[in-house]
Ligand binder design. Structure first.
Ligand code: XIL
Length: 301
């Protein structure tokens, strides 16, 4: 096939991108979006600070805009993210203990209920593990409410939207390392105890400090063997030319080699759309032209 989405669909997968609501009126942007991609993740519009700017007062305008534009182009939506230490509204940052725990479950219930039936999968919990070799949870206000906050978040999301796939999502977990093994152990425990989890997202933010490694396929496969789907959820790779193209190719091939790796999402369309634009990490240049990385990804699908 001649587009990312159609090529991924040929093996039962999707190819998605992060989308910013305020860019949907840019015709270069929306032309590429609607030609190439069949899944979208709101880049910021469904985060806690965007959806609940003051406590128990919800704001869905930008998220709804992304959902309705996706539906009208036969694209599915990955919801992102219900519970996360970052991009919390100020009022939540200042809460702790049972007040924060109830605010979290109230938030999850409201957002997942608002979007019920419209979301393919939710990143229920994002980035809850620490970097480095400790294998520990990341310290955060949510973690301070008790170690069970993650499973409570998943059970709350399941109750609100039983049809949505529920994912745990993190970065620097793409290869086999102490952090990914800690996530693996949590998912294994959840499966054993019946905590509802359907999928694990691997963000896939790569640069020279955290390069694409050869053990990504093996890592995806060990998670899949636990009985969850796996996805690359926020792929971007710093670089240019052949080196960048080769890296994209190897990530796509790693996913295609794992039956339960059912989708890949890049974190933006043009390099200029990227949260780290100076890394030129995406598949289209600032003018919207296909880069070598695009051709490599398409050829690998
Ligand atoms: C980033 C967005 O791309 C930026 O626009 C925003 O300023 C900060 O967040 N991991 C995630 C994403 O899960 O939500 C982050 O997105 C990038 C890192």
């Amino acid at each position: 096939a001649t587009t990312l989405g159609a090529s991924a669909a040929a093996t039962g997968r999707y190819f998605g991108t992060a989308v910013a609501a305020y860019k949907l009126s840019d015709s270069v942007y929306s032309t590429i979006l609607n030609r190439e991609f069949d899944m979208v993740t709101p880049e910021n519009e469904m985060k806690w600070d965007a959806t609940e700017p003051s406590q128990n007062s919800f704001s869905y305008t930008s998220g709804d805009q992304i959902v309705s534009q996706a539906q009208s182009h036969n694209q599915r939506v990955r919801g992102h993210a219900l519970a996360w230490h970052s991009q919390q509204p100020g009022w939540a940052q200042s809460l702790s203990g049972t007040a924060l725990r109830s605010a979290m479950t109230n938030h999850i219930t409201n957002v997942a209920t608002h979007y019920k039936g419209k979301i393919y999968s939710w990143d229920v919990v994002n980035e809850a593990f620490a970097d480095g070799t400790s294998g520990a949870r990341r310290s955060s206000n949510l973690q301070n409410t008790g170690n069970d906050w993650i499973e409570v978040a998943f059970r709350t999301a399941r109750a609100a939207d039983p049809a949505a796939k529920l994912c745990y999502n993190d970065y620097n977990t793409d290869g086999i390392n102490a952090k990914s093994t800690a996530v693996y152990n949590m998912v294994s425990d959840f499966k054993t105890r019946g905590v509802p989890i359907d999928c694990v997202g691997f963000q896939g933010h790569f640069n020279s400090a955290s390069p694409v490694t050869s053990d990504i396929q093996q890592n995806l496969a060990r998670f899949a063997a636990l009985g969850v789907d796996v996805q690359i959820t926020e792929l971007d790779i710093a670089g240019s030319g052949t080196a960048q193209a080769t890296s994209y190719s190897s990530v796509v091939k790693a996913c295609l080699a794992v039956a339960r790796c059912n989708g890949i999402t890049v974190w933006g369309i043009r390099d200029s759309d990227s949260w780290r634009a100076s890394d030129t990490p995406l598949l289209f240049d600032n003018s919207g032209n296909k880069k070598a990385s695009y051709t490599a990804a398409l050829d690998a699908l």
